[in-house]
Design a protein around this ligand. Structure first.
Ligand code: HEC
Length: 110
């Protein structure tokens, strides 16, 4: 019985120690994607809008209306944009970073 108590206490304290670490990692990922968005995209897409082509914002509705539904579609747009948008190749924005920006867009702008 005593052993069981010790085991469960140590499992509990492990969980307590791990939890803030997991939260911090999640937060860092989000902050990082936002920082990257602010660095590369925000000049033309403030608050998910579009200062050059107001009909092509980053809202879910606008994206879906233009066949952009997933992170992959957004990355494809960065790699091969339309008129007026800067091209971001894998050298400018590596795949992992591009995917993080895409996830940020899909979860941030409604
Ligand atoms: C120099 C201005 C400029 C910058 C910088 C820019 N964009 Fe754009 N973006 C545009 C313009 C103009 C369009 C409309 C033309 C098109 O469809 O490519 C557009 C369109 C888009 C669309 C499609 C929107 C829709 O509703 O169809 C996505 C997604 C997008 N941009 C993502 C990004 C991301 C991600 C970045 C940063 C990595 C970025 N853009 C940086 C100007 C820019």
């Amino acid at each position: 019985m005593k052993k069981l108590v010790i085991v469960s206490v140590s499992v509990l304290s492990l969980a307590v120690m791990a939890a803030p670490g997991i939260c911090a990692a999640k937060k860092a990922e989000k902050t990082d994607a936002k920082a990257k968005f602010d660095q590369h995209c925000v000049a033309c897409h403030p608050k998910g809008g579009n200062i050059i082509r107001p009909d092509k914002t980053l809202s879910k509705k606008s994206l879906a209306g233009h066949g952009i539904k997933s992170e992959k579609d957004i990355v494809a747009k960065m790699r091969n944009p339309g008129a007026g948008m800067t091209k971001f190749d894998a050298k400018a924005v590596p795949d992992a970073e591009a995917t993080a920006i895409a996830k940020y867009i899909l979860t941030t702008f409604k």
